[in-house]
Design a protein around this ligand. Sequence first.
Ligand code: ADP
Ligand code: MG
Length: 806
Amino acid sequence: MLPIPTQIEKNVAFIDGRPWAFYRVVPFSYSPLSVDGKKNEWMNATQFFRQIQEPGLVAQIWMVRRRFNWLDYLDRLVKTVPKERREKAKDSMDRWLHLIEQGTLPDYDFIIAFELPLPIPQNYKWITQTFGIPMRTLESLLGLRKRVFKEEKEEAFNKSYDFAWSKRAFEERAGSLSRLDPLVEHEIADFYRHHFYRGMPLKPLPQTLRSVWPKGPQDYAWLAEGRRAYGYRYVLCDQEEDERFVSFISVGSFPDEIYTPGTEIFHQLSSEFDFPVEASFRWKMIANKQATGLVTRKRKDIKDATSHIGMVDQIPLDLQQQEQLAEGLEFELKKNRPPILDSRMIFVVDGEDQEEVNSRTEQVINFFDRKGFVAARPTGEQRNLFSAWLPSDQYPARGYVKKMLPEVAASIVMPGASEILGDPNGVPVGLTRRGSVVKINPERGPQINQNASMVITGTLGSGKSHTLNNLIHKTALFWDARIFVVDPKGERSHWVGRLPGLEDRVHVLKLDGRQNPGALDPFQLLGHDPEFASEIAVSVISQFEGNLTRGDKNMLLSAAERALKTGSPSMAKMVAELHKDDMGRDLAEYLMRIARLPLGKLVFGEGDGVKVPDTGIILLQLEGLELPAEKQKPNGLRQEASVAVMSMTAILAEQFVLRGTGGFRVAALDEAWIWLRTDQGKQLANRLERAGRSANAGIWFATQNPSDIDTEILNNVSVYVCLGTSDETETTLAIEALNLDTSDEGLRNILQARRSKAMSGYGYMKDLEGRSGFIQFLTPEEELVELFNTKPEASEASKIVSEGGV
Ligand SMILES: Nc1ncnc2c1ncn2[C@@H]1O[C@H](COP(=O)(O)OP(=O)(O)O)[C@@H](O)[C@H]1O
Ligand SMILES: [Mg+2]
């Protein structure tokens, strides 16, 4: 008989008359952690296994593939797009679906169930106390095992929340331990259904069941849907339209040494194969006192045996070893007083036919072999193992029981260790190292009380602009966002009329001093806040003049004040006022010279300014920009003017996202290093980063080096993407911002490796949850790759090379 629940309420299921509480372990990203970080997680997990279950009771933890119905999910995502753009949105997501179906890997969930103690009926308490009969023995003597009284049930339901409660006490003791979320009824049901639909798509439960779960005892036989045929080496799960062969593998013996990091078997299995392997670890808690008794007895037995042999012959080596092991264990049990886990492990693979399931089983067994474990597919036991997968206080299968210390279980199971990265919803943008899909929801920051800021750093050609562009496209298309893009190199003009789904939504705003004098005049842009406008005016001027003294600044500020008094202030007026000042005349004349340059006119010229369209994607470009080379200070008047103008465009962007209304807005600033290096730029970055939190707005910067951005901002940014670094110092800064281990040579090498066009768009990402991991950004839409291509393709003629040529 399969142990199917007879009642499910909240996170408790009654199985064979005993209540079990179900939780999900909140996943965390494991592999990018430093050695110390891993050890820390291992200690947390050790505490978990030491304390989470009461002695005498069973618990079971499973690593199961997360069911994610991409077809359904992407379909619903596409339907959120307005009809007239939906077709292109669908094209885009179809490419992703194709990619996903070709073989991305599932993520894994850790589900855990604890058998809850049933209270002893008050009436019988005296018996257990007087005669010292264990509760369970009494219960079975009284035939109570299968019958649960109403009050006991209620007690059990309360008890399940005690776990959530004790969890808090637990967390206080052990830090980040025990990140447990209770399941709800339909999730428990899906946990069971999953077992009968291994490797097959699982239709979601009807909405009515998901929202209102039937109360009281029920016939839950329907959870065990489909038919099963039990073979010698597999179980065949037979559903209406599909079937799967399923094989169970158990582990018989362990290597002599278990390492952390090194022996995280569950976690390693999840990234080792291109097919899913699921695992279960079931244990019964044996209190320290009882465990110590057991071990002492065992050691005595061995001792007797050896002394017996010793009289006649050499003591066999393995007996000696056993004695040493038992002695070590006894010592540990007496010293640190840990409990012992009476544990069983099962692993399972599935296949569409026998050949596939056999080959997968073989691969898993070989994996264990390499790790020093002995694993096997117990023939003739498959049916029992199928049943043993499900929680029950009776273990139906024969086979290995392993007594282990909590630290061993912790190392092997490492509950919650996964490779999760990105947002739970959003658009797919890339893959993790183990090949699962990373989604990004650009609007999620403000929803969970964080900002929506993002920084992308990377060396030249590493894919910053491409990644930024793809996010701009997705965010405008799927979130109907208004996006202001500062495009200093003018790389994006050809988007107009061509950006899929947004053909009519891209506007180029080309600023030319002759056509739009005063367009970037701070008094124009910040008319609502004259004080602030004056401050910005002074800081723009300081970019030409270098180190202004306090006296100079005062002089400039009073010129600004006088300009404000005219009622229609402008930079030109401010400069005119400055000119009236004997001390300021020199500087004013210099500024007038700049004002005659086309770029200078944008800031210092008199005009009506510019109206920024308030729809779709606005590409801001500047005519005649002459930018300093990377890592160089502006050289000459034109470059200085260019930098000053660039920082004003950032103010324009700031105004666009912060003063706009209705819907999500983004300011995307490519090549942000140009102005981030100036004081004004740094302040601006600060303001933008903070402001994004309250406004429903995202600020995205792309820049070459992590050092372009103040460390504080970089370390606090919501999403950080590093696509490659240029030297050791930059690498360290990037790794610090990712919250990873700066001494990890492997990581340093990946970040510092040279990017080629064929291999761009990869690096590390820190997500909104603060998890970091490897990411490869993918753009399966060929037309987008073409549209975002910044390097001209070599023409056919120049591709011809002759053999032996250079
Ligand atoms: N994820 C990606 N998929 C396909 N092509 C990419 C990807 N990332 C970058 N590229 C291509 O690599 C080249 C350099 O990328 P680009 O974004 O211009 O680099 P950066 O802005 O960092 O200098 C471009 O031609 C771009 O189209
Ligand atoms: Mg670029």
